[in-house]
Design a protein around this ligand. Structure first.
Ligand SMILES: Cc1cc2nc3c(=O)[nH]c(=O)nc-3n(C[C@H](O)[C@H](O)[C@H](O)COP(=O)(O)OP(=O)(O)OC[C@H]3O[C@@H](n4cnc5c(N)ncnc54)[C@H](O)[C@@H]3O)c2cc1C
Ligand code: SF4
Ligand code: SF4
Ligand code: SF4
Length: 435
């Protein structure tokens, strides 16, 4: 019997077991162009043709079934000791774009877009690998290389649906020069695993690697259902779609071709999470994008301070420091230093979900017969009460994402459920911030 091809192992052990994060790394890494993403608005999973040359890159770069942080951290940060919640941190800040339009158009403070525009404007980067609105289908994002300031500015804001960004790495074969890169943690885990496996497209350098925080991601169905709840029949009727438009933290806003505008606030949009979260995200232990040169998330410490959005920024490497300090010095960013404890506190509920809850879920769901990923990190010690809470939370996730749960969700009123979710988030933030 002939040995299995690496791509067959990938499909069997990651895709078919439900461990795929949808990062797109396997597709972008394949020199034979043997992999593609099937049905991006559906399951959004890699599918293989029959041109495999057995190089193994797809399997080496895949973060779905395992991530060993220690060797990757050693290569990136040397002997620096990572903080348990945040990873390696050289400096922590609250920041936003100095330009009011970039700030207003961003998800939180427009920091990512301002830094990219600064890098390209100064000729340090030829462009950026990022997740932008699709040219022909504006209701969804896609991974691409953006070179002009207009393309970079148009990519601002988070798109909360499965995002196989790293498929764009395949396009890098024809590029030359230095490019920045922006991604969520699993996309950067894939990229770092590839780099550790000596994946090097000739003539290009990816730097800086800008990481955005990620609590979870959603099947595209979440967007479809929310559009319906707001009175937009199908995504194809949408001429422009944003998830974080307007005053921070912004709103999910759909504009149809015939001029109708429908919206719901971002915090109320969160009601879709239990029903449409990618199952693999329940087992993800990285919120703050620990393998990036610098990380950017919502600066919740400034929530309720009125007006402008703020981002939290964690600088991790010399490269990250040079880029961030350069943007502050050139007046592109306004920034104030904060303590590591403040950075931990403002995301206490999300750290509870990923740095305590995820480790408990790994054991719990494995016991229920589900495939779970493997990490080289132990979880924290927890109380019996926290364990019990996790069982309740896990049962809630399982019930909400069942077909019955989703059927019920589809008929529940969006505004009332949104208010309930907002209330529960506040309670969770308060209770975890006290610990
Ligand atoms: C799926 C997802 C979940 C997130 N969860 C959290 C969270 O729990 N807590 C938190 O503090 N922050 C979270 N964020 C990050 C947050 O929404 C902002 O992206 C971050 O604060 C940076 O804001 P900004 O205004 O500086 O960036 P902007 O200037 O708005 O730039 C955002 C950049 O993000 C890129 N991007 C958009 N969508 C995606 C995507 N799906 N995949 C990869 N790149 C993308 C764009 O290309 C753009 O360059 C999440 C983001 C995403 C995409
Ligand atoms: S050619 Fe290499 S990267 Fe492509 S599918 Fe085969 S093993 Fe994977
Ligand atoms: S590399 Fe990413 S997209 Fe490909 S199988 Fe692994 S997790 Fe899924
Ligand atoms: S929670 Fe983790 S696995 Fe899920 S999309 Fe975010 S980074 Fe990827």
């Amino acid at each position: 019997m002939s040995a299995k091809l690496p791509v067959e192992i990938l499909i069997e052990t990651v895709v078919e077991t439900g461990l795929c994060t949808r990062c797109g790394t396997c597709v972008g890494a394949c020199p034979a162009k043997n992999l593609g993403i099937g049905d991006p608005l559906g399951a959004c999973l890699p599918v293989a043709a029959e041109a495999c040359t057995s190089c193994g890159m797809c399997l080496d770069g895949c973060p779905g079934a395992s991530v060993d942080f220690a060797p990757l951290e050693k290569g990136l940060f040397g002997d620096a000791v990572p903080n348990r919640l945040l990873g390696v941190v050289r400096g922590a800040y609250l920041a936003h774009a100095s330009d009011a339009i970039i700030r207003r158009n961003g998800s939180s403070g427009g920091v990512v877009t301002a830094m990219l525009l600064d890098l390209v404007g100064r000729g340090e980067s030829k462009g950026a690998v990022l997740f932008a609105p699709h040219r022909e289908e504006p209701w969804r994002g896609w991974g691409r290389i953006a070179s002009s300031p207009e393309e970079i500015a148009a990519a601002a804001q988070s798109r909360y649906h499965l995002s196989p960004l790293n498929t764009a790495l395949g396009e890098m074969r024809d590029a030359k020069g230095d490019f920045a890169y922006v991604g969520i943690p699993c996309q950067i885990h894939g990229l770092r695993k590839l780099q550790a496996a000596l994946w090097r497209p000739a003539g290009i350098r990816l730097s800086p690697i800008i990481g955005i925080y990620c609590g979870n991601n959603l099947y595209y169905e979440a967007t479809r259902v929310m559009l319906k709840k707001l009175g937009v029949r199908r995504p194809e009727d949408v001429a422009a779609l944003s998830y974080r438009e307007g005053v921070w933290p912004g709103s999910f806003v759909a504009r149809t071709a015939d001029g109708v505008v429908r919206s719901i606030s971002k915090l109320d949009f969160n009601q879709v999470i239990p029903f449409y979260i990618n199952r693999r995200c329940l087992f993800c232990i990285d919120l703050a994008n620990e393998l990036a040169d610098l990380s950017v998330g919502d600066g919740w410490a400034k929530e309720g301070s009125g007006g402008d959005g703020w981002s939290v920024v964690l600088v991790r490497t010399e490269t990250g420091e040079r880029v961030f300090d350069g943007a502050v010095r050139s007046g592109v960013l306004e920034a104030e230093p904060i303590t590591v404890e403040a950075a931990e506190r403002m995301h206490s509920h999300a750290f509870d979900l990923k740095k305590t809850g995820a480790f408990l879920r790994l054991g719990l769901w494995k016991g229920w017969g589900c495939a779970v990923p493997r990490y080289d990190r132990p979880g924290p010690r927890v109380t019996a009460g926290r364990r019990f809470f996790e069982v309740v939370l896990s049962l809630q996730f399982a019930a909400a994402s069942s077909w019955v749960g989703r059927a019920v969700f589809r008929v529940l009123p969006a505004r009332a459920l949104g208010r309930l979710f907002r209330f529960l988030r506040k309670r969770w933030m308060r209770s975890t911030a006290r610990r």
